[in-house]
Design a protein around this ligand. Structure first.
Ligand code: SAM
Ligand code: SF4
Length: 330
């Protein structure tokens, strides 16, 4: 660990594609997105090599994301190989759920145990609007398939947007009464091309909590009760099977405790969601580096992360961030 810091940088988010079968209003423009070319995307072998070296530097947990990870060919086999890797203790996947029905079982058989499904509305028309064409039924079938396949917990990520889905907070919370879901409310972040989400504002988690408490008392859940981690504050409604998570990216800052690295689909290592200071690992590996060189490069980036705590630059960085969420992976 670098001098002066107490954080272990042990969590890697891996974006396997910048492409997506949806166009969420707050994440991607409708048209005119320039996607990475085939050659610019890391091959699975290259990702696995980077992850194996990242494990040597202390990475213990990985999350596979996108774009839409299930839209990339060969993803199930990639996850199998990731699970076969020594040293990774916890692997999870974030998906929009639209393609999940058919792959929930194969994913489980590949070793995956934890899954996050993004879902911003339980009303078909609103879901169609926010995703620019998504089919709510397909996601609900995906969630049911994940539950049947035995994923535990199934986490449902809801980006909370004032005036769009704040009227559905209790409906989302009710999902946890009978299901062992963890419904996680994430404050909308106007990141990257902010004009995409003009007029969207986040709905503060403290207000969400108050709203849910009108339904039933909410108590802090015991640590790791449904295998939780990261910046979420976790609660359980009285008598509920599942849990509520609150992720306050806007109203509470958690830069000082951030343990994350991000690998973009084009092989750039990003040590902060909001900072475009990236290390081009694709270039490093395609130049024929040794494992030792690769490890040194990753360790260098981690030391930089220890030196920079972005809390003070948070606002500015968020606005200037060149990559959108779909290109970073959330
Ligand atoms: N396509 C997958 C999905 O939607 O789950 C994985 C990639 S997506 C970029 C990862 C997560 O980032 C999703 O839960 C999405 O809702 C969230 N996200 C995207 N843009 C966001 C924003 N501006 N503020 C907060 N969360 C955002
Ligand atoms: Fe696609 Fe996920 Fe972005 Fe929506 S949030 S456009 S599903 S990458």
């Amino acid at each position: 660990m670098a001098e002066g810091s107490t954080r272990e940088i042990n969590y890697l988010r891996i974006s396997v594609t910048d492409r997506c079968n949806l166009r969420c209003l707050y994440c991607m423009p409708k048209e005119g997105v320039s996607f990475l070319g085939h050659e610019d995307i890391l091959r699975y072998e290259e990702i696995l090599r980077i992850v194996a070296i990242a494990v040597r530097t202390g990475v213990l947990k990985a999350r596979v994301t996108g774009g839409e990870p299930l839209a990339r060919k060969g993803i199930v086999d990639f996850l199998r190989r990731l699970h076969e890797m020594n040293g990774l203790h916890d692997i999870s996947l974030t998906t929009n759920g639209t393609l999940l029905e058919a792959c929930a079982e194969p994913l489980r058989d590949a070793g995956l145990k934890r899954i996050n499904i993004s879902l911003d509305s339980l009303v078909a028309e609103k879901y169609h609007t926010i995703t620019r064409g998504g089919n709510l039924d397909a996601v609900m079938r995906g969630i049911a398939a994940a539950e049947r396949a035995g994923f535990s917990p199934v986490k449902i990520n809801v980006v909370a947007i004032r005036g769009f889905n704040d009227d559905e907070i209790l409906d989302f919370a009710r999902l946890t009464l009978d299901h062992r879901f963890q419904v996680r409310f994430i404050e909308f972040m106007p990141i990257g091309n902010v004009s995409l989400a003009e007029g969207f504002t986040y709905y503060p988690n403290d207000e969400i909590k108050k709203k849910i408490e009108t339904l039933r008392p909410l108590a802090a859940a015991p640590p790791n009760s449904l295998n939780t981690n990261g910046p979420a504050r976790i609660y359980r409604m009285e008598g509920a099977a599942g849990e509520i998570g609150l992720i306050s990216a806007m109203s509470h800052r958690f830069c000082d405790s951030c343990n994350r690295l991000r690998l973009t689909a084009d092989g750039h290592l990003r040590t902060c969601l909001l900072s475009d200071d990236e290390l081009d690992l694709k270039k490093v590996i395609r130049n024929g580096c040794s494992d030792g060189d690769l490890e040194a490069a990753i360790r260098g980036a981690i030391s930089e992360k220890h030196r920079n705590t972005l809390s003070d630059r948070h606002e500015m960085a968020r606005k200037n961030c060149a990559r959108g969420m779909s290109a970073i992976g959330g």
